[in-house]
Write a protein that binds this ligand. Structure first.
Ligand SMILES: Cc1cc2nc3c(=O)[nH]c(=O)nc-3n(C[C@H](O)[C@H](O)[C@H](O)COP(=O)(O)OP(=O)(O)OC[C@H]3O[C@@H](n4cnc5c(N)ncnc54)[C@H](O)[C@@H]3O)c2cc1C
Length: 139
């Protein structure tokens, strides 16, 4: 059974930030992640929402092309709001679905953080994981 100074549940923005600091301070750290390292921000929240916002921003700017002196003719885009959203959503999905968490996991592992895949549960007096022989515990 591996033992660590600190075991964190969740390798989202918060868990990863704490793990990075602890590892740099010389503590042994394990981070347990049930889904993807990085948490919701890169996969379902910050990144995909900004991809959609970018499409809306560009659509808005193109619509103001004449006013801004950027084009002399009416803009040539499909003015159907539903189609435009479908295109923006497809772009967003393409950005997010082609990303995996390997780079984020490697960045933590390079700092010495042990990334453990699985769902953890806290149990007194130590933290344990329902992962059989992979189960780490605090020292
Ligand atoms: C639409 C949207 C847009 C956003 N845009 C921005 C933005 O532009 N900028 C910004 O700063 N913030 C943004 N946020 C907020 C940002 O996503 C969150 O603040 C951030 O993801 C929170 O990080 P976290 O680590 O606390 O939680 P999470 O990212 O949710 O990470 C928690 C992790 O813990 C794991 N986990 C949970 N329970 C267990 C368990 N028992 N065992 C193992 N693993 C477990 C989960 O699988 C998950 O990976 C946005 C949020 C939303 C909804």
């Amino acid at each position: 059974m591996e033992r660590f100074d600190v075991i964190g549940l969740g390798a989202g923005s918060a868990g990863a930030a704490v793990a990075r600091r602890l590892a740099k301070a010389g503590r042994s750290v394990a981070l347990v992640e049930a889904d993807r390292v990085g948490g919701e921000c890169p996969f379902v929240a910050c990144m995909p929402s900004k991809a959609l916002l970018r499409s809306v921003q560009v659509r808005h700017l193109v619509g103001r092309g004449r006013e801004l002196g950027a084009m002399s003719d009416e803009p040539l885009f499909d003015d159907d709001e539903y189609s435009a959203f479908a295109l923006a959503a497809r772009r967003r999905d393409g950005i997010v679905h082609h990303r995996d968490d390997s780079a984020k996991a490697k960045e933590l592992e390079d700092l010495g953080v042990r990334v453990v895949r699985g769902r953890g549960e806290a149990s007194e007096p130590a933290w344990w994981l329902s992962m059989g022989s992979n189960t780490p515990t605090t020292t």
